[in-house]
Design a protein around this ligand. Structure first.
Ligand SMILES: [Zn+2]
Length: 539
């Protein structure tokens, strides 16, 4: 009996990331795993009667991307709603709502997301007057891309919001000249209506995971890690997997201290202590990984925990999502229970304190761990020392350089901007450095935007941020393929194209290593292979 490969790809430029065989022209897979790599002649000689043979005509092949900070459920749920990202007029918005109303049973919510008045030809925010005629049988909620909603009259009635309703603390109910609410709810006032939304169902979770996953395949993304999940969302992933609708290998980080405002300390302690599991439970399609924590906010919203005030401010304000005094206790608790921990830390102070607190927890109880700092914008010298000594990872989002880099100078000033997302420094110090997207907190999840940003350090306006932190194309590729498997304890399993590893690959329409810098942004994935199966082919 021979066990011939299920699939052979050949006549390709395969970037393996395997130091013993960095580039080959052919790969053979069997039962989801790579069984051989090498030149065409030796690999094609392994073919049997049932082997599918794919001639790639010289195309480049890379390991499948692993986006290790990707809120896939949120992206997916958004895809089940009306997308207003590209909405160009109030008329179009009205018609989208009217079309949804035709398909939605009376009384159910119609939700849209992503409008931005600066993209509308009318150049103003929509009021209920613009959408009321689309339906009087459905409550409608249209979320702006940030911090504002427009709702229709049905929704206002359901929320009991009328001319007599006072503005809630921290928010405003916008009004027409006659004093009646015009349907625009800002900041905290959004909750008056948002609190009425029904809970997301398991069915919706599955539909969202299905929809987002199919889109991700078109970008060669074969693995994701989703940070900060509620138990019902974890069940959503399990349901999607059972129904054959999980299209990526998914690593799930349960929500822990600081991440979700409404979860309390006792509940979270119970979650970590009493499930009878720790990081690593699962298989190569679905597994539980680190606890997700958060300490501070962000720089553009000026809510990050900084050593010095933001530009134009005189004091460091406290917008922290947990009490920093509790940081060491939480880390020690999670670490001693056997969990890995990933913590959102953006401000230089937040990063510094997190790194030192991790170091203390590991020093007191040394064991294999994959603790990591998520976002990791600004690293102090002591934090770099601690991260190197105790192998604490830095999970950065290079797309932030591309989409938000220009705002940095305004918020943190020249000197700190020059130390932003120090990818090269992390690598030079031997710190595990992982790149990811953080979609939907960034504009796009296309991994090539991240690779471009890591290599060029350029924003979309062309500003160069901290050019001394640029890394090579191979280093950038590794940070989005091989390195993320360290986070999930799967270095032995994926991210490198070599025998014994999972056969996850992406075929590119051009040569990532020799094309111009600017062309990196244009690279398209033509074929995606997951577990030795072709799961996407560009039409
Ligand atoms: Zn995130």
């Amino acid at each position: 009996m021979t066990l011939s490969p299920n699939l052979i790809v050949h006549n390709a430029k395969v970037i393996t990331l395997d130091p013993t065989k960095p580039q080959v022209s052919a790969v053979a897979t069997l039962n989801g795993v790579i069984v051989a790599t090498g030149d065409d002649a030796s690999i094609l000689a392994l073919a049997g009667p049932g082997t599918k043979i794919l001639n790639l005509n010289g195309a480049m092949v890379i390991p499948g991307f692993n986006d290790s900070h990707n809120h896939m459920l949120e992206v997916g749920i958004k895809l089940t709603r009306i997308s207003l990202d590209d909405c160009k007029s109030l008329k179009e918005m009205h018609d989208l709502v009217a079309a949804a109303a035709k398909k939605t049973p009376a009384g159910q919510w119609i939700i849209g997301e992503g409008w931005n008045e600066s993209f509308l030809v009318e150049n103003r925010v929509p009021t209920r007057a613009d959408i009321d005629s689309a339906t009087d049988k459905h409550p409608v909620l249209l979320k702006r891309f940030f911090n504002m909603d427009t709702v229709n009259s049905v929704a206002l009635r359901m929320a009991g919001v009328d001319a007599n309703t006072p503005d809630p603390a921290g928010g405003s109910i916008e009004r027409f000249p006659d004093g009646t609410p015009n349907g625009i709810l800002r900041a905290a006032a959004k909750l008056l209506v948002r609190n009425l939304l029904p809970a997301v169902t398991q069915e919706q979770c599955v539909e969202g995971i299905d929809k987002a996953g199919q889109q991700y395949l078109t970008y060669g993304i074969t693995s994701i890690q989703e940070p900060g999940l509620y138990p019902y969302e974890i069940r959503g992933y399990m349901a999607a997997h059972r129904e054959g609708k999980l299209h990526q290998r998914a690593s799930l980080m349960p929500s822990w201290h600081g991440f979700r405002e409404e979860e309390n300390e006792a509940e979270l302690d119970d979650r970590a202590a009493n499930l009878g599991i720790w990081s690593g439970l699962g298989d190569d399609m679905l597994r539980m990984t680190a606890l997700k924590m958060a300490v501070d906010g962000g720089t553009t919203s000026r809510t990050a925990w900084m050593f010095n005030p933001f530009v134009g401010e005189t004091t460091v304000r406290d917008f922290n999502r947990l009490n920093p005094a509790d940081l060491r206790r939480y880390f020690k608790r999670g670490h001693d229970l056997g969990w890995d921990i990933g913590i959102h830390a953006i401000g230089d102070r937040a990063h510094h304190e997190s790194a030192l607190a991790f170091a203390d927890a590991v020093a007191a109880n040394p064991r294999d761990h994959r603790h990591n700092i998520i976002h990791a914008y600004f690293a102090s010298e002591p934090s770099l020392d601690a991260m190197a000594k105790y192998q604490i990872g830095a999970v950065i989002q290079p797309t932030f350089i591309y989409f938000e880099g220009d705002d940095l100078f305004r918020d943190v000033g020249e000197e700190l901007a020059h130390q932003y997302k120090p990818a090269k420094t992390y690598l030079k110090r031997g710190i595990p450095m992982i790149a990811s997207s953080d979609i939907p907190s960034t504009y796009h999840y296309n991994p090539f935007i991240s690779l471009y940003s890591l290599v060029t350090r350029k924003t979309h306006k062309g500003t160069v941020i901290a050019p001394q932190e640029a890394i090579s194309r191979m280093e950038a590729l590794r940070s989005y393929t091989a390195s993320p498997s360290w986070l999930t304890r799967e270095e032995h399993l994926k991210g490198i194209l070599m025998p014994g590893m999972l056969a996850d690959m992406a075929v590119l329409d051009r040569d990532y290593l020799t094309c111009s810098d600017e062309e990196i942004l244009e690279i398209k994935v033509t074929t995606t292979i997951l577990g030795g199966k072709v799961v996407y082919q560009r039409g």
